[in-house]
Design a protein around this ligand. Structure first.
Ligand SMILES: [Zn+2]
Ligand SMILES: [Zn+2]
Ligand SMILES: [Zn+2]
Length: 93
């Protein structure tokens, strides 16, 4: 048994005992990335009025989209998507 490696925003490693052979505790094991549904490894540390806290995997992150017409928990234009997707998008002319 080891410590949960989930990275909690503003707190750090979760460090609760892991579940069986997994690398996560009972709370974080099976927690899905809100963007791609993979195992979440950390939560979103973006802050507005509150910490966002949405579960994210290693491949995804929170992004601000200025002028976007949607919000997430009161974050104007804040959303979650794959870093790879974002890199590709930035690579476009
Ligand atoms: Zn945990
Ligand atoms: Zn993801
Ligand atoms: Zn977020």
């Amino acid at each position: 048994m080891s410590e949960c490696k989930f990275d909690v925003s503003w707190v750090g490693r979760c460090k609760k005992p892991t579940l069986g052979e997994s690398e996560y505790c009972a709370v974080h094991y099976g927690m899905k990335c809100c963007s791609c549904k993979a195992q979440a490894t950390h939560d979103c540390d973006r802050t507005g009025q509150l910490v966002c806290g949405a579960p994210l995997c290693d491949g995804c992150d929170g992004f601000e989209t200025p002028g976007a017409g949607y919000g997430f928990f009161g974050f104007g234009g804040h959303g979650h998507r794959s870093k790879q997707w974002e890199a590709q998008r930035e690579g476009q002319p």
